[in-house]
Ligand binder design. Structure first.
Ligand SMILES: NC(=O)c1ccc[n+]([C@@H]2O[C@H](COP(=O)([O-])OP(=O)(O)OC[C@H]3O[C@@H](n4cnc5c(N)ncnc54)[C@H](O)[C@@H]3O)[C@@H](O)[C@H]2O)c1
Length: 241
């Protein structure tokens, strides 16, 4: 049995993880921790899953690494600086594995792969999301940027001379990312590829938080088999890297 601890256990994602891991034959949820609860019970777990808040996740991650726990992180907000900090902490804990994935939905991972040639990203989320753009959109932008550089291409053509602030979205690694926040949405993303007289649109929709659970369970089962240190993205566990 894999002993699973959940941080953010009373949140939208954390409660779904408690349900999914609790129903898995090879897992038991031995610690469900949210704001105000002691973290100590997590010290007995094989894997700790974090779906909390961008403002809380680094402190949780440092605590878990110092406690020698393997960690699966779904919380958003991981830029290069945060990943580097996590890597430094892991340098002091050679037996710990950390998997950080901007998106645990299998469909979204595939969309990011197919999106590498695209030009602009539109991400759409529920109105209670704390950060913009989404971690998925940031990751997609960096994949698009890397693919454009590898192909010897600069930024996409754009003749805009005057623009209202924000009208062209946020620019991440030279890629324009537009964020929509609307009640009724869960997590959605479109990537657009423009050609001569044509546009290809890839769209992924997470219609229910259950869509993330197969990926989270794959992360819980697979994190101990990953190379020591930090793994970013679910791709290697899905065999699509
Ligand atoms: N990687 C993915 O596939 C994926 C999918 C959906 C959401 N997310 C991300 O997961 C995070 C959580 O999303 P949500 O919709 O469940 O949010 P939520 O607000 O519903 O839940 C977050 C929970 O974390 C708790 N929390 C905050 N600080 C904490 C701390 N220090 N210790 C313990 N618990 C703490 C809150 O009380 C709350 O219950 C967000 O960053 C979101 O963007 C990632």
């Amino acid at each position: 049995m894999i002993k699973v601890g959940v941080l953010g256990a009373r949140g939208r994602m954390g409660s779904e993880v408690c349900r999914a891991a609790g129903a898995a034959a090879d897992m038991e949820v031995t610690a469900a921790v949210d704001v105000g609860d002691p973290r100590d019970p997590l010290g007995e777990c094989d894997v700790v899953v974090d779906f909390t808040h961008p403002g809380a996740v680094m402190d949780n991650l440092r605590w878990c690494i110092a406690s020698g726990r393997n960690v699966v992180v779904g919380t958003s907000g991981f830029d290069d600086a945060r990943l580097a900090t996590a890597g430094e902490w892991l340098g002091q804990a050679p037996d710990v594995r950390v998997l950080i994935a901007p998106n645990f939905s299998v469909g979204a991972v595939l969309m990011m792969h197919f999106a590498a040639q695209s030009a602009e990203v539109i991400e759409l989320h529920h109105a209670a999301k704390a950060d913009a753009p989404s971690g998925t959109a940031s990751r997609t932008a960096s994949l698009i940027s890397a693919a454009r550089s590898a192909a010897g291409l600069g930024p996409s053509p754009d003749a805009t001379v005057t623009a209202v602030d924000g009208a062209r979205g946020a620019v991440l690694n030279g890629v324009h990312v537009h964020s929509v926040r609307l009640s009724g949405l869960v997590a959605h993303q479109e990537v657009l590829l423009g050609g001569h007289g044509e546009v290809l649109t890839l769209r992924h929709d997470s219609l229910d938080r259950a869509s993330f659970m197969p990926g989270v369970l794959l992360g819980i089962r697979g994190v101990a088999s990953l190379p020591a240190g930090l793994t970013f993205g679910l791709d290697s566990l899905l065999g699509v890297d």
